[in-house]
Design a protein around this ligand. Structure first.
Ligand SMILES: Cc1ncc(C[n+]2csc(CCOP(=O)(O)OP(=O)(O)O)c2C)c(N)n1
Length: 211
């Protein structure tokens, strides 16, 4: 998040700018197609879920999981891992697809999405799915949770970063703005927030619902 007072930034914060090449972009685009295929199969198999919001977040989630995030699929709770928070939790098919492709659990398990006793429920659950970092479903809470994570990293003098994905419709929720103000106040430069600007939300175009 932008900071007005960089001097308060956490010690040990890592640079958030990454090198990219044409080859890397091509590889990520290919991986994003794979994730989109998973999303379609999962939601079709379940005959429910949120394919649209999952698909629109696909490029962001792919870039994070396949180039940026420092995570260890064989040790999902590695204390020094970067944290990924999906605030728009209804888009969890894209998260599950990325986690499976990254090796957190078998790709075949994706077909259990939204089934009884599955680890892949319709909204993310903390402690149920390997690699899932936050429970979500009620929109507007993820950035507050992310602010807490970033503050915790600073208090512990840790270099891990927090990445949060929000919906554009989710900007209607006041809690998101409270969290943004807190992130700015504390100069949390280890926190990066993305708004998935797909222009639509559940009941219409984002501009029409809350101009
Ligand atoms: C607090 C709250 N109110 C309503 C909902 C119902 N809901 C589920 S998805 C959605 C649309 C969200 O729009 P956006 O954040 O833009 O997500 P996207 O369109 O990218 O999926 C809504 C309102 C919810 N999950 N939480």
């Amino acid at each position: 998040m932008p900071s007005r007072d960089r001097s308060r930034a956490g010690a040990g914060a890592r640079r958030s700018v990454v090198e990219v090449s044409e080859e890397l972009i091509a590889g990520l685009k290919k991986k994003a197609v794979t994730l989109r295929k998973h999303i379609i199969r999962m939601t079709h198999n379940a005959q429910s879920g949120h394919p649209g919001g999952s698909m629109s977040a696909c490029d962001i989630v792919t870039a994070l999981y396949f180039h940026v995030l420092r995570v260890d699929p064989s040790n999902p709770t590695w204390p020094d891992r970067d944290r990924f928070v999906l605030s728009k939790g209804h888009a969890c098919p894209v998260w599950y697809a990325a986690l499976a492709e990254r090796g957190f659990f078998p790709v075949e398990e994706l077909m259990t999405f939204r089934k009884l006793n599955s680890r892949l429920q319709g909204h993310p659950e903390l402690g149920t799915t390997p690699g899932v970092e936050n429970a979500a479903g009620a929109e507007g809470q993820g950035l507050s949770f992310s602010v807490g994570l970033a503050l915790a990293a600073r208090m512990d003098h840790k270099a891990w970063r927090t990445y949060c994905v929000l919906g554009d419709g989710e900007q209607d929720v006041g809690q998101t703005w409270e969290a943004a103000m807190a992130a700015s106040k504390y100069g949390l430069d280890s926190l990066t927030a993305f708004i998935d600007r797909n222009g639509i939300q559940q009941e219409g175009r984002t501009e029409d619902i809350m101009p």
